[in-house]
Design a protein around this ligand. Sequence first.
Ligand code: OSB
Ligand code: MG
Length: 371
Amino acid sequence: MIIKSIELREIRLPLIHFFETSFGRTTERRIILARVFDNDGAEGWGECTAGEGPFYSDEWTDSCWSTLHEFLAPMVVGQNVENAAQVFSLMRPVRGHRMSKAAIDNACWDLEAKRMSVPLWKHLGGSRREVASGVSIGIQETPEMLLEKIRKEIDAGYQRIKIKIKPGWDLRIIERVRAEFPKIRLMGDANSAYTLRDIPLFKQLDDFDLMMLEQPLSHDDIFDHAKLQREIRTPICLDESIRSAEDALHAIELGSCRIINVKLGRVGGHSEAKRVEQVTRENEIPVWCGGMLESGIGRAHNIAMSTLAGFTLPGDVSASLRYWSQDIIEPPVIVSDRGTIIAPEKPGIGFDINLSRIESLTVRKELVHSK
Ligand code: OSB
Ligand code: MG
């Protein structure tokens, strides 16, 4: 297929409730969307999952906009590619910038699946139609508000609860949550808020039967995590530290984690995510799909990826209505009372794009085309 042009847009999308992690609070998303056109009039959509500041990773909305506009989109437009998997290699001269790359890579996968008239999840090699859904609950103003939110999500059917933790909102909170909900599948995500000096705290957390503890130590570390994993029973799950299949293999060989969270943006899109899924599956390390407060487009891509065989644990992909009063896809993502999402049967990402809604949310737009 010949990539004719790439349209980049930034949209602003206010969250229904703020989302707070150990690195900060988000109230409104600034999301870049990539729309890739081929020479035959077909199109595909991708979403850049970078945050509003360089606090989860070093990428953020404005750095992604420049990288996409000045370097990545020009590398891809005008190219005749054999398949979507080749697009990631075309962008190889640019080091890092994986969330920016993922916006284009994923749009090309959607485009290719649409050209073939197959749902993206089947095109990726997915093997299950129904994916297990969990929720990620941010740091709240009070412990009571957290307990109330957990109650609501459990009642809605979600299969596991993840709570964000940070120093001062950790042991006491997990104790209270466990006292209130002794049986639920529960985990904590620290987003790199701790160091090896906190080993005594993690040993105490071992008493609460957490499914896993996500990214307790530095965002780019796999060495100290291996030391920590040897000291505690709770499985460590790496998020931030895993940016490629090689990272995953190194972490597995070092013993830095027993579970991995795969995020499409963090690894550079579907092409690389498939490689991560393969090495983890070969090494019997379970994976699950992480979330980045995506709009419906990123969410639809997450659902497709979650159908791959290695995704055996509930992910952070939940209903559109938990984030937005109105999504930019139709229908919105819904979750069954069994806590599952059904992968759609329509071609590509399988949801319709609400272009007029996107248009009304757009604050800038650029078209990169071949010369
Ligand atoms: O660490 O998983 C994370 C959101 C933004 C940045 C990082 C993370 C998260 C989440 C939210 O946990 C997952 C979601 O509901 O999209
Ligand atoms: Mg995380």
